[in-house]
Design a protein around this ligand. Structure first.
Ligand code: COA
Length: 201
């Protein structure tokens, strides 16, 4: 069953994120950091998040935003001291991660598209639940939510080598817009336009 993400889901969602989004800088940070970001996203009017729950266990989730910059400003405004502490703890243990922290501040700029502020942020499905179209259903649920709010253009950044996610996006008519380098890895921005005859929602 797909339903809105709630605060009590965050612990399981953080575990899924840490297990399967290892390439992401966020996954290198303390769990506290992810917990605050995810709770902040659930509590923010700029956040949209769903989980897939089966037999009392969360087997997948998706997070998105109507405006990435506003979402992170909103979260920072409310909990900046806890986030700062989590980043400092990580940097004390792994000082080389400073370059990731600095680069994070340029994310909005690097992924800026003139008419598209809405963004899919994170999606993960538990290993045993993959290839059952669950991620497709989660993305479609989010797209329907954007459509309901009259938001028609949505972007997503992926790592160039993530062929499964590329297949997922292409099957939902996302098109590649451009490539750039982020956290030392080649990344690509895809975009979809839900206007008029979009047939998947
Ligand atoms: C990417 C991910 C979310 C896909 O989840 P999923 O539920 O297995 O995907 P779906 O079953 O909805 O399949 C979506 C499409 O990908 C294809 N696909 C899924 N797994 C595949 C695989 N291992 N090999 C080839 N194609 C695959 C499906 O066939 C489908 O394409 P189609 O509609 O053209 O047939 C999942 O693999 C995952 O959690 N990966 C780790 C985290 C990650 O990379 N997240 C994305 C970061 S941006």
């Amino acid at each position: 069953m797909i339903r809105w993400m709630q605060k009590e889901d965050v612990h399981e969602v953080v575990t899924l994120y840490k297990n399967y989004m290892c390439g992401s800088f966020f996954a290198k940070l303390e769990e506290d950091f992810l917990t605050i970001i995810f709770e902040g996203l659930i509590g923010s009017s700029y956040g949209i998040s769903y989980v897939y729950k089966d037999g009392g266990k969360i087997s997948g989730f998706i997070m998105a935003t109507t405006d990435t910059k506003k979402l992170f400003n909103d979260i920072l405004k409310k909990r900046w001291w806890v986030l700062l502490r989590a980043v400092l703890v990580t940097l004390t243990r792994k000082p080389r991660h400073i370059s990731y922290v600095i680069e994070s501040f340029f994310y909005s700029k690097k992924t800026h598209l003139i008419d598209t502020r809405a963004e899919l942020l994170f999606i993960t499905i538990e290993l045993g639940y993959r290839e059952r179209n669950l991620s497709k259903e989660l993305v479609k649920t989010v797209l329907a939510q954007f459509h309901e709010r009259s938001i028609f253009k949505i972007k997503v950044t992926i790592q160039k080598g993530n062929y499964v996610v590329k297949k997922l996006l292409k099957s939902l008519e996302f098109n590649q817009v451009y490539s750039f380098s982020f956290y030392g890895k080649k990344s690509q921005i895809y975009e979809v336009d839900l206007a008029d005859d979009y047939k998947y929602i």
